[in-house]
Design a protein around this ligand. Structure first.
Ligand code: XMP
Length: 319
């Protein structure tokens, strides 16, 4: 925990359930689920405390991984959560049209998220509380004394606009502690073992203007990368992996013809708290297989590179 104490997961769960019950009473609570570990564990804790008083909203901003929305929604429904899936990709692409600056993109995604979420939240009667899966590194990084490095849309934004009280049971925990709590509370190992995924999703892994076409290319390449990591057993040994769409055209050759297509960068890092990160030393054969599969199968890509930068001075996400 942020104060250096060692976490006892079961004691933490019991304490949080009691605290949430006392805080919320008979009011309804709204939670934006993202498919990630933090919001899933937050949902489980609150679900255990107040059951169907918890109303979960899962927004498809069109920037999720391939098939992610359907898969994760099914998973959550299976967990018994009171959840609504909202398809809103068109609104996000419209809001991001023409924007290339990374921070402005994040702001446009964040603002649209608030609008969509707010509309859905207003449909829930007697909603007085907003739950968030904020964890300690989100707070520490967003409010660094050296100024904002990146605006994290799960810190700030929603509560001010919505006039709701905050429920943030994980806000003093590190990621590995959130996983310990998730395991103790019985979260499905598949959800629990997922790599961190940023709120703005592939939006921060697709450089330049966001378009459905670029995101579709990125989703295909990312799916090949993640599937190869899972099949080879590396996925669970890596803290975070993903693909990045780099809209720089380079020359290639396919079927005897010259191509002038985009670059996909692959990233795989290990970390404890996302404050520092080291590149994972993957076997050359695996990288070679993945570059081959991506270039052979993803139209619009003719070059794949592996990002060997650690944090600092690079960040984990490219934007
Ligand atoms: P960076 O790129 O700052 O990322 O080294 C550190 C960790 O934070 C995640 N990240 C985000 N998570 N909303 C999130 O919920 C965001 O806007 C956001 N930006 C970065 C990133 O995936 C990494 O785990």
């Amino acid at each position: 925990m942020y104060n250096g104490e060692k976490l006892n997961a079961q004691a933490f769960i019991d304490e949080q359930i009691a605290q949430i019950k006392a805080q919320v009473g008979s009011d309804n609570v709204i939670l934006g689920l993202s498919g990630g570990v933090d919001s899933s564990v937050t949902a489980m804790l609150i679900h255990k405390a107040v059951g169907r008083q918890l109303h979960c909203i899962f927004v498809d901003h069109g920037l999720l991984r391939k098939n992610e929305f359907e898969d994760v929604l099914k998973h959550y429904e299976g967990m018994g959560l009171n959840i609504k899936g909202v398809r809103a990709a068109d609104r996000f692409f419209a809001a991001c049209k023409g924007i290339t600056d990374p921070e402005l993109k994040r702001k446009a995604i964040g603002k649209t998220f608030i609008d969509v979420f707010d509309e859905e939240a207003h449909k829930v009667e007697n909603a007085k509380w907003l739950a968030q899966g904020t964890i300690w590194p989100d707070i520490a990084e967003s409010h660094s004394d050296k100024g904002t490095i990146k605006s994290h849309h799960n810190v700030g934004g929603l509560p001010e606009e919505m006039h709701l009280g905050l429920v943030e049971p994980l806000k003093y925990l590190y990621k590995y502690e959130v996983r310990e709590v998730g395991a103790a509370i019985g979260l499905d190992p598949h959800l629990l073992g997922r790599h961190p995924f940023p709120g703005p999703g592939l939006g921060v892994r697709c450089l330049g203007e966001l378009t459905p076409e670029k995101i579709a290319i990125l989703q295909e390449a990312d799916a090949i990368w993640i599937t190869a990591l899972r099949k080879s057993g590396w996925y669970d040994k890596i803290w975070q992996a993903g693909a990045i769409f780099v809209p720089v055209q380079t020359t290639g050759i396919k079927d005897g013809r010259r191509t002038y297509d985009n670059v996909i960068a692959l990233r795989a890092v290990n970390s404890i708290d996302a404050v520092t990160a080291q590149v994972v030393h993957l076997p050359w054969e695996l990288l070679d297989e993945v570059q081959h599969d991506i270039i052979a199968n993803v139209k619009g890509v003719n070059r794949v590179v592996f990002d060997i930068s650690s944090k600092p001075q690079a960040t984990i996400e490219w934007e």
